[in-house]
Design a protein around this ligand. Sequence first.
Ligand code: IDP
Ligand code: MG
Length: 149
Amino acid sequence: MEQTFVMIKPDGVQRGLIGEIISRIERKGLRIVAMRMCQITDETARRHYAEHVEKPFFSSLVDFITSSPVVQMIVEGENAVVVMRTMSGATDPKEALIGTIRGDFGLDVGRNLIHSADSLESAKREIAIHFTEEDVVEYTKADETWVYE
Ligand code: IDP
Ligand code: MG
């Protein structure tokens, strides 16, 4: 079982898509083991997006991600990192496949609704930024014998 970090961005929250996005995660068979709604600080946003500090869009990205509440999750499952990236779709929603979250609900790269960690290493780094061990619950979902062979 892998854990990944997922965040519904301010546009997803403001557009009333929290339920839709969480519903897709649940229906896929993934297990949410931590979840919170919060407005992230400038400092946390800069840490989270540190790899993009030199990019021209960095300051607008930080402004956007701190502009309104987000929903953060740790999502667990087999190959959870790749599965969540696939469900999220390409970074630019115009290119994201229909059936993905970005492909179905977005049009602009600066308003692409969801963040999901791009590797196991990123997932570990991001989980450590946004959550502590006490935030994480351990449980088995009743349907898991019907999700996994
Ligand atoms: P990802 O979210 O698919 O991993 P990254 O390349 O890591 O994409 O970029 C992080 C975030 O920065 C994107 O989700 C998007 O919100 C924003 N971003 C990326 N490229 C651009 C751009 O060219 N213009 C504006 N915003 C961008
Ligand atoms: Mg990324």
